[in-house]
Structures are given as C-alpha cells and as structure tokens.
Design a binder for this molecule. Sequence first.
Ligand code: SAM
Length: 390
Amino acid sequence: MPHIRAKSVENIKLPAQVGEFRYDWIAHPLKEHESALVGVTYQDKRFLIELKPKGDTLLIKPDKTTRISPTSIMKEALKNFLHVADVEVMADNLAAKKDHAKKAQPYLKDISYFIDSFPTQKEVWIEIGFGSGRHLLYQAKTHPHIQFIGIEIHKPSIEQLLKQIALQNIQNILVVDYDARLFMEFVPSNIVGKIFVHFPVPWDKKPHRRVISKTFLQEAKRALKKGGVLELRTDSPNYFHYSLDLFLQEEQADLEVTKNIEPPISSKYEDRWVRLGKDIYDIRFKALAESPPLQRDFDFTFDDFRYDEEKIKNLPLRPMVYEDYFVHFEKIYTLENNGYLVKLSFGSFDRPEHKYLLATRYGLEYYPIPPVASKANYKAHKKIEELIHG
Ligand SMILES: C[S@@+](CC[C@H](N)C(=O)[O-])C[C@H]1O[C@@H](n2cnc3c(N)ncnc32)[C@H](O)[C@@H]1O
C-alpha cells in the first residue's frame, strides 16, 4: 500500500488543485486520536486520503474503502498532496516501480458490468461455484453459441479458470467474483437456459449459508426461460433431501431426479467422491412458465433531507440488525463547519456495502458513489433515510 510517514502535517490549504487532482476538504474525526480524511476528486472519480496518527507520527495513505485502481493514481495523489500542506516527510514508498500490473482480464467482470448491461444477445447458461472449472470449460467448448457466466468466490479457482480461458482461447465465458446468492437478483427474467449448481458446500451446521434456498429458487425460476433447467448435483444426501423438499414446496414443479448417472464430464469433486464409493444425486428443476420482467428501479438519493447537525452527530454508532439486512454507522467526521462525513456499512450480511455519507447544507449523498442496486442495499437505504430523518 503506498504511503508517506510524516513527522507532522500542518497548514492544509483546501480546496486546492494540483495537476489532475483536486483536494476538496478535510474531515476531522469527532473522536480524538482517530484518522482525518481528505476528500479528493480525480477526473470523474472521488476517493479519500487517510491521515492516520501513529505514535507521534502520521501515516498518509489511501483510504481502503474508497481507493481506486491502479495504484499509480494513488501514489500520484499522495505525492501531490505534499503541495497542499507543510509535510515533514520521514519516509515513503512512492518511488516508481516497474509496472507489475496484471494483464487485462477481459473475461473477468465486475458486478457493476452485469448490473449496467447484462449480456442478453445470446442464451445464457450459469455455473455457480465452478471450482476447478472443468465442467464449465467443457460446456463452453461444447456449446459455442451459448454465453456462459461462471460465478465463484474462491480467488485461486477464478485465477485458474481465467488462465485456462486464455490458454484455450475461449470466447464465451464471463467470470464474476461474487456471492451467487446475491448475483441471481441481477439476472434479467427469462434469459437463462441452464443453471448448474454442482457439489455446493453442504453447510450442514449453517444451512442459512447454502446456495440453494427459497429466495435463490425464486430468483433462479425468474431468470430461467420457460423450459430452462436448474441442475443440482450433490454427494450429500442431506443437501439432496433439503433441496427436493424446497422444490416440492412450489405450487407446480417439474422435477427429474437421478442417482449415480454418469455425467458428460465429471468434476474434481465428483472423481473424489466416486473413488470413495459415494452416491451422487441429481435434481433437475424445470421452469414451467414465463416470469414477469425484473424490477430494478432502486433510487439511492435522499429526498427531503433537512440538514440537522445534532441528528447527525448523535447517530447511533452500533450495528443495527434487521431480518435480512443491517445498518452500522461506524464513525463520524466533521468538515470544519461545512458538513459531516459518516462512515458506515450496511446491506446483506454476506456482501456488506462499505461507504460514507456526505451531509452538507446542500444535501445528503453516498460518497464516493451510490451502493450496488441490490434489494438488501435498498432496504438498508430506506432504513438509513428513516434513521437520519427520524
Ligand atoms: C465443493 S466446491 C465444488 C466445485 C465444483 N463445482 C466441482 O464440482 O468440482 C464448491 C464451490 O462453490 C464455491 N462457492 C461456495 N459458496 C458460494 C457462493 N455463495 N457463491 C459462489 N460460489 C460459491 C466454493 O468457492 C467452491 O469453489
């Protein structure tokens, strides 16, 4: 992480423009001995520089929540900051290094890519928790006209798959590093031909962490086109019975159940379980009808915000947990009589959102950008609105 260690930082003169960086304001913590934050604008992006007290010195570094890539931008922002304050520098690691930036990964997409423009030109097939990627690669090569999406949370598996995609020059797989349970709510309705969930983690002691749940099934059914299939393959009798029960709770269901049927390609897990003589169960759940279109018009602006300093200063600094989301105001900073910055986390328990709120006389907004438009984030947003207005 790029940083400057300073004996002291004084006379910070803001706002100030240095090169492409505008240093907008400084936010001081309401509590003593915590970091101050400097708001920076670079082209159309915003981020924070943290001034962190460490003994009798200060560490100047990018704020983790808002920092942007590549690191070279952050280094330049720190270097230029030396022009807007009297900084007594003791050490830094800002010398230009050889650029070790990884080759662009055109097939690895961020969640915002799917939220902004989900690929819908071709029929989509999704594999959840692709692990070694053996099954996904096989399917993509066998069905070149299908757009595949591989969802994983295990980074080494993602790296391994991306390597194979490049080596084998495969053009029809997109990869996303995201929790599949949340991803499904961004998939448009009626565009998916198949969803593979092969050997999901059984989570026998924490069933709420399972990929397959009532909510997941509803989203999968909505995303599948009529006749599309959700395929579960598992070696766990528990997971098999749990899923079968869940599928049978549907008003109408077309299910195919098989046991120990040899698949077109077996995964690493499957090989292991078969060697150990375990039974393998499949359930194929077929979507019987068209679903209504995906509704996703969440608005994360704050209407009717009245600037009330007392209310902001007295926000409860503790986690508030609701049925399927939470809100946690973590720290409050003051912008030298011009407003407040509030650090907070919120949304789903599995994929919490980390942001700031910027409150001034002119309004209230998320900083640096609004949250991902998920249901859990929207519920949390409504609660935040209520807590701030309340
Ligand atoms: C037991 S492995 C099976 C891998 C592969 N399907 C196979 O058959 O070899 C389960 C995989 O699911 C991934 N996984 C677990 N929970 C997930 C989630 N919520 N979203 C996406 N992937 C998940 C894990 O990282 C792991 O790679």
